[in-house]
Write a protein that binds this ligand. Structure first.
Ligand code: NAP
Length: 320
């Protein structure tokens, strides 16, 4: 029996076991996927060694261990929208155990891209990302490499974060990165600033992505700006802003509520959550190479997507 797990802290609300167990049934695979809590870094390392010893095929990693997991890997790869490439991200969310070695991937950008590729192709050339943590890093690195798909002339990627220095170092890392020097759109303008800069930056923005936990059920915090005013700032000018909130609990955050009221196209993070898990399942339980995931394996997951989305919505999303 193949075994995999997700390790994090907190972990009790993780949707990963639900998603992987859904696919285990659909693909008729005898396997198990469990959530494991690690109190601290030391316990995380111990848990990983135990999983290797117990013959697990791999594991996912969530807050706050993605950086440590990346450091622990023997080999590090990131899955982009079509392929993977050596990692400068500094965060791994999917680890394959092979011959007692850890091979790390980051599938977050794949999840983000796959969930909204229809809107991505619609010439989104001015993007604002709110937040500069792990999820923002993977999305920003991924977008900076999207020349082929949607980056038209003079694209701009702006990272706004509470801690401005962190946004700046993300931008610096993208510039410095080997992967981007090979594949990045050289015309791309990268800018950073505090969250409040959104008032001036929103003009001309086509895609606004929230990667902060603001709006999550258990967080009583708000953005340091008036969402409605900000959305009017963009919409009044262009009328084609897409708003993406990677938070999925609740499914409609305040940001998305306002976007809805203004008839903007918007999406929550549940699709991303499902899609970031698909290449991991493929690695852990089907033992397929991740290289040709999109070409060879994506379709079977697409067939189950609607049912899984509804199951998550009905059974999990509103119950915690
Ligand atoms: P992270 O590495 O801890 O980063 C959190 C980011 O949010 C940082 O930029 C942080 O700013 C900012 N932030 C936190 N609290 C804030 C507050 N009160 N006010 C303003 N900014 C605040 O976390 P992460 O891994 O990027 O995850 C972020 C969110 O994305 C979580 O809600 C997570 O559940 C969600 N997520 C969803 C998916 C999906 O598949 N849908 C995938 C990954 C993550 P500072 O730098 O100033 O601290």
């Amino acid at each position: 029996m193949k075994k995999a797990a997700v390790i994090g802290n907190p972990i009790q609300h993780s949707k990963s076991p639900f998603i992987h167990n859904f696919w285990l049934k659909k693909f008729n695979i005898e396997g198990s996927y469990e959530a494991i809590k690690a109190e601290n870094n030391k316990e995380f390392e111990k848990t990983v060694l135990k999983l290797i010893e117990d013959g697990y095929t791999g594991f996912n990693v969530t807050i706050p261990f993605k950086g440590l997991a990346h450091e622990m890997c023997d080999e590090r790869l990131d899955i982009g929208y079509v392929s993977h490439y050596p990692s400068d991200l500094g965060a791994a969310n999917t680890i394959k155990i092979k011959d007692n070695k850890l091979i790390g991937y980051n599938t977050d950008f794949f999840g983000f891209y796959q969930d909204q590729k229809i809107t991505m192709r619609n010439d989104k050339k001015n993007v604002i990302i709110l937040g500069a943590g792990g999820a923002a890093r993977s999305i920003a690195f991924g977008l900076a490499n999207m020349k082929k798909y949607c980056w038209d002339s003079d694209p701009t990627l702006i990272i706004l974060n509470r801690n401005e220095d962190r946004a700046k170092s993300l931008i610096d890392d993208i510039y410095k990165s080997n992967i981007t020097s090979k594949k990045m759109n050289k015309d791309l303008t990268l800018l950073s600033g505090p969250l409040e800069d959104i008032y001036e930056r929103i003009r001309g923005c086509n895609l606004l992505v929230n990667t902060t936990p603001i709006g999550m059920n258990d967080k009583g915090v708000n953005f340091p700006f008036d969402i409605r005013d900000v959305l009017y700032g963009a919409n009044g000018l262009l009328g084609e802003l897409v708003v993406y909130d990677i938070v999925y609990n609740p499914l409609k955050t305040k940001l998305l509520e306002e976007a809805d009221k203004m008839n903007l196209v918007y999406k929550n993070g549940m699709g991303m959550l499902i899609w970031q898990a698909a290449p991991a399942f493929n690695l852990f339980f089907l033992e397929n190479d991740i290289d040709n995931f999109e070409e060879q394996h994506l379709e079977q997951y697409e067939n189950f997507f609607g049912e899984l989305w509804n199951d998550l919505f009905n059974n999990v999303a509103y119950n915690d």
